[in-house]
Design a protein around this ligand. Structure first.
Ligand code: NAD
Length: 479
């Protein structure tokens, strides 16, 4: 099935007639083509967005809210279709797409459809000067949204929904590796009555289509989620053009386990925080630090649980671990196992490609646990973004804080302890945008979301996202 660009409310082939193969990770076969859109397609998308902006930006909040909530309802009504499409495109278990990923995309539209009706700006009375200042929060105009392949529709809509709610028109590009559900979203937007041109979706390689969006002189803001190297490149391109930028980048997150935690809960959640979505979540806790007094017990219990995870075809209900997203990604993961061996680390379980009967060319890999010798090895410092975690033991709070923070990334951290004072001390000192204590990936969409250091710049979520997608203008009136 060939995917098309969604421009001005209708579907178009790329003008240059260039296409990218779309692979199904579960069997390694090409099952469709994606446009490799050129500058000209991006320009057409921009023109449609620009024409739609005067009306959309003046559409009442009630009406914008109604349309966004309608999109959310239609996504829910089409849950099975979207979940199956996302699983086929990405390799993730259908059960995961159905229970978490697509429902979250629907929540994104519902949440921002509601949030915009509650969004307020400040006023400041200049006492003694007979003046009042009020702040307008005006939409920026045409904005660009670029998203990665790991949570395709979830992250795509996490940007689009607040951008639209705030009154902007959008030129968006999903990952060329997983374009399918973004393509299907166009139909849903038409059905929901989103005026044409308000949202435009162009497909293609990052270096062609993505680059054309970032370089476009009149696309005034870029919201990007993806790798740190790409984020740095986008920042270099956009900064001299004075674009507003939000960058959500890579992570190498510590999962810190103290002996005085709720062990059973911690063990179950740690299996999830290590291997959900085949370990391809920027928030996965890929560096596990365990207090020395329970290290040996944890090692045995954790490895036993990980060995029980079933690697299999994404549509099988019993599958815990589906296929990795692409062949190059599988090869990268296998490369890290070699690095681990060369660095003298010990593979406790996994480390091998898996052959699933009937789907021999699929990109399957065992969930892998590696005991690391030092914190400064490549395995502990580089983002692997797959089903590989490392284990290390620690003696003291100071030691584990030092190791947890001693990496270039700072996205999230997880802490397992029942000691309140320690929780407060460590949460203050961990270099991360998000700290989870005795849980993982529990999300409240009102909270700020983002990273520090090489994990990004800016925050998404709640009113933070609405602030990003608006310009503040202060009006000072003397009376
Ligand atoms: P990527 O950087 O390769 O691609 C992300 C998107 O950027 C894709 O749509 C791609 O086509 C586009 N792109 C690539 N080059 C571009 C360019 N020069 N100009 C404009 N766009 C360009 O990332 P990926 O491999 O798709 O995703 C994995 C990465 O995303 C991991 O590092 C992961 O940690 C990160 N991620 C971060 C978060 C977060 O919230 N911080 C969430 C999910 C994923």
């Amino acid at each position: 099935m060939n995917i098309k660009n969604y421009i001005n409310g209708s579907f178009h082939n790329p003008l240059n007639n260039e296409w990218i193969n779309n692979f199904c990770p579960a069997n390694g076969e090409v099952y469709g083509k994606t446009p490799n859109s050129s500058k000209e397609d991006v320009e057409n998308a921009y023109i449609a967005a620009k024409s739609a902006f005067p009306i959309w930006s003046q559409t009442t909040l009630d009406e914008r809210s109604r349309i966004l909530i309608k999109i959310s309802e239609l996504l829910e009504a089409n849950l099975d279709r979207f979940a199956e499409a996302e699983s086929k495109d990405n390799g993730k278990p259908v059960s995961l797409a159905k229970s978490i990923n697509i429902p979250r995309a629907a929540s994104n539209f519902r949440f921002f459809g509601n949030a915009i009706t509650q969004f307020a700006s400040e006023s400041h009375e200049s006492v003694g000067q007979n003046a009042i200042n009020y702040t307008l929060r005006q939409p920026i105009g045409v904005v660009g949204c670029i998203s990665p392949w790991n949570l395709p529709l979830y992250l795509f809509t996490w940007k689009i929904a607040p951008a639209l709610a705030a009154g902007n028109c959008v030129v968006a590009k999903p990952s060329e590796i997983t374009p399918m559900t973004a393509y299907l979203l166009g139909e849903i937007c038409n059905e929901a009555g989103l005026p044409k041109g308000v949202l435009n979706i162009v497909h293609g390689w990052g270096t062609t289509t993505g680059q054309a969006i970032v370089e476009h002189p009149d696309i005034k803001a870029i919201s990007f989620t993806g790798g740190t190297v790409t984020g740095a490149h986008i920042a270099r391109t956009a900064a001299p053009m004075f674009k507003k930028l939000s960058l959500e980048l890579g992570g190498k997150n510590p999962n810190i386990i103290f002996a005085n935690c709720d062990y059973k809960d911690m063990l179950e959640t740690t299996v999830r925080s290590s291997f959900s979505n085949q370990g391809q979540i920027c928030l996965c806790g890929s560096r596990i630090f365990v207090e020395s007094t329970i290290y040996d017990k944890f090692k045995v219990d954790f490895v036993e649980k990980v060995k029980q995870l079933k690697v299999g075809h994404p549509s099988e209900h019993s599958t815990n671990i589906g296929a990795l997203v692409s062949k190059p990604h599988l090869e990268k993961i296998m490369g890290y196992v070699e690095i681990a061996k060369n660095e003298g680390n010990k593979i406790l379980c996994g480390g091998q490609k898996v052959t699933v009967k009937g789907f021999e060319n699929g990109y399957y890999f065992e969930p892998t646990v590696i005991e690391a010798k030092t914190n400064d090895c490549k395995l502990n410092q580089e983002e692997i973004f797959g089903p590989i975690v490392t284990l290390m033991s620690f003696e003291s709070e100071d030691e584990v804080l030092q190791m947890a923070n001693d990496v270039k990334y700072g996205l999230s951290a997880t802490l397992w302890t029942n000691d309140l004072k320690r929780t407060m001390r460590m949460s203050n000192q961990l270099q991360a945008g998000i700290v989870w204590v005795n849980t993982w990936m529990m999300r409240d969409l009102r909270t700020p979301f983002g990273g520090v250091k090489a994990s990004g710049v800016g925050r998404e979520g709640g009113f933070e996202a609405l602030r990003f997608f608006t310009e503040a203008k202060n009006v000072c009136i003397k009376y």
